[in-house]
Design a protein around this ligand. Sequence first.
Ligand code: ATR
Length: 273
Amino acid sequence: MAEKRVAAVGWPIEHSLSPAMHNAAFRAVGLHDWHYDKYAVPPDILGLSLREMRDHGFIGCNITVPHKQEALKWTRADALSQRVGAVNTIDFRTNRGTNTDVQGFMDDLAAHGVEVANQPVIVLGAGGAARAAVYGLSDAGAHVIVVNRTPEKAERLLADLFVKGEALPLEQAHQTGAKIIVNCTSAGMHPAEDTTPWDPDVPFPEGAFVYDMVYRPAQTRLMRQAQAAGGQAVNGLGMLARQGALAFTLWTGVEAPLEVMLQTLRDALGITT
Ligand code: ATR
């Protein structure tokens, strides 16, 4: 039986947890002929590399930093990925590109019991990850407030996505009374663990729920700020597992073993709780 191959494509890629997560999932459901690899692909040869993979019989791939936007050009990008402006999953059998980050994020919020409809939600950041979050939140009926270090990028994000919402400085965003905060910046990510996207000089909302897309470290400074203000905080591990689970099902047609995927990520990161 020919091996069924999929892979993650990024630059750099060596720290990707996706191979361990997917290979554990394949084994858990008895898909022993499937294998997930990773390829470091420099930006100037993304299109060539994707064509090579397709020609060599790869079933699909995940696209990660910094290629998600560029990948739109090299696949039949579906309406969602075009709207978000990023492809993270490709099926080479159809050459279709899609985005499972949006649903992965929204599913994980729901799994933590967070309801966003008609709620003000502060999104920190205005890069690729923020685009997926803003799109999903807005689609679910949230009132999105985007806060970014470079304010013009927050304005542009809202305009690009055609979503209603506001771009505000942190001091003003804080005054809206929003109790749901989503970090889509890389502030606080290893190795800059002592940084935070929430300026400590601005009071932290009491009892807020923080979703931090960062998962390395498992407990970020932002999460500690939320907890110190009587709130709850979760990291982005669940989103990583869920976007992967959606891709897994797209490729294999088999329901993904989400708990196996989550546990593999926890093990890889040395998280014991
Ligand atoms: P990704 O695709 O992961 O979203 P990105 O597109 O490079 O990555 O976006 C990174 C985001 O994190 C940006 O919003 C960036 O702010 P700027 O637009 O001002 O560059 C934000 N960011 C990165 N480091 C940050 C820090 N130390 N404090 C606050 N925001 C930060």
